[in-house]
Design a protein around this ligand. Structure first.
Ligand code: CP3
Length: 387
């Protein structure tokens, strides 16, 4: 009981810390570290910026301490808690961007699907979509109402950051969201969603259209709420054939990007397992392509020139290795990309929950130091260090 009370007190103090002295309506301080945003636009940087997919998560004991007290959805839906865990990797690891703590599956939940997080399984929809009737029941999303808690978390997080680093908002791609909504949970075979696209493509397209509208409205609302960049996760892109990827995924991503593009906010597209037609991905309208670890970032850069920036792509499992191995593998990626701006260092997918935080800190510190030499030429003629 005492522990709970003292926790509540701490929480209250941290909320006060963010709000006191900052009258409502005052715009948040200018960014002190905009390396990530400059790299998204291929502008000169003094060093390569780094952030990590799933950086707010279970590998941090500080995250687990909060998670022990609240279930996952409560954390997502309580702006003070979402803010607290969003800020953890900024304070503890020193990454160059924050990503708002939430989940791609808050969209289907807000469209009316019951959502549960099962220990050892992950996210579950107990009533998955299996018919046109189920599709009709999905409600049209008004993110400023149905996902107001995320917008509030963005506003509170911006206050907590007070301009230290940019904040990233995100959405799942329509295809990846549809996969969860039809399968009901993660899957090895994706047989149910594949059954749908081959037996009732019309229904699949109707659903994808609805989800794309929701994702567009959601990302636009996040931008309005103050995020500095957005990322679209197409985690399950790689299970589709090339033609199906175009028809059931990329077409909808293009549509979303063309409709949310505004205010110079960079868009990052992370389509996992898509090795082919990089040019097509680069033509999606995204400013940055996230690469998984199976690609060679240097070769991708050669192929695409300076059409887009590249994000990635260290194998997350390298973080299980010793410190020297982590550094040598990270160096290989810096070398493969080579000199100049347009690289945002990240893993090729999310950080595993059983990685030691010290290993991530080693990686982040190494990139900050080692990458300087890859930007000397840019900066000789450019501006003096801003960070
Ligand atoms: O990156 C961040 O730190 C921001 C937060 C974030 C979460 N999920 C928090 C989370 C982000 C960006 C996501 C995205 C997400 N969620 C994706 C796309 C990225 C990817 O990894 O491919 C997907 C597919 C999901 C769906 C999802 N949510 C799964 C499959 C799981 C369970 C698997 C797992 O890692 O446990 C989740 C749960 C989840 N989302 C957790 C966190 C911190 C763990 C929940 C817990 O604390 O129990």
């Amino acid at each position: 009981m005492i522990a709970v009370d003292s926790y509540a007190l701490l929480l209250l103090l941290s909320i006060l810390k963010y709000t006191i002295g900052k009258p409502k309506g005052v715009t948040v301080a200018k960014l002190q570290n905009d390396l990530f945003l400059r790299a998204c636009k291929r502008l000169p940087v003094e060093r390569t910026p780094i952030w990590i997919m799933r950086q707010a998560g279970r590998y941090l004991p500080e995250y687990r301490a909060v998670r022990q007290r609240y279930d996952f959805l409560t954390m997502c839906k309580t702006p003070e808690l979402a803010t607290e865990v969003t800020l953890q990797p900024i304070d503890l690891i020193g990454v160059d961007a924050a990503i708002i703590f939430s989940d791609i599956l808050v969209i289907p939940e807000a469209m009316g699907m019951q959502f549960e997080m099962h220990e050892g399984i992950g996210p579950v929809f107990p009533h998955p979509i299996r018919s046109g009737n189920d599709a009709d029941k999905l409600k049209k999303l008004d993110p400023t109402v149905d996902l107001k808690y995320v917008m509030d978390a963005v506003a509170l997080t911006k206050k907590g950051l007070s301009g230290r680093v940019p904040l990233i908002g995100f959405s799942g791609s329509p295809w990846t969201l549809l996969s969860y909504m039809v399968e009901g949970q993660g899957s090895k075979t994706f047989s149910k969603v594949k059954f749908l696209i081959y037996n009732d493509p019309k229904l699949a397209h109707r659903l994808l259209d609805k989800i794309a509208d929701a994702a567009t409205a959601y990302l636009s609302a996040l931008i309005e709420a103050g995020v500095n960049a957005v990322q679209i996760f197409d985690t399950w892109a790689g299970i589709l054939s090339q033609d199906d990827f175009e028809e059931f995924s990329l077409g909808y991503i293009r549509k979303i990007i063309s409709r949310i593009k505004k205010k110079e906010i960079p868009v990052i597209l992370f389509a996992k397992g898509v090795h082919y037609q990089l040019n097509r991905l680069a033509g999606s309208g995204a400013d940055v392509l996230g690469l998984d670890w199976t690609m060679n970032i240097g070769e991708v850069r050669k192929e695409l020139g300076d059409k887009v920036s590249l994000q990635g792509n260290l194998d997350p499992a390298v973080l299980y290795a010793g410190h020297e191995k982590i550094k040598s593998e990270a160096k290989k990626i810096l070398q493969a990309f080579g000199k100049g701006s347009g690289h945002i260092f990240n893993l090729g997918h999310g950080i595993p929950p059983d990685v030691r935080p010290e290993s991530l800190k080693i990686l982040v510190d190494f990139i900050k130091e080692e990458s300087v030499s890859y930007h000397m030429d840019d900066n000789q003629h450019g501006e003096k260090s801003r960070v």
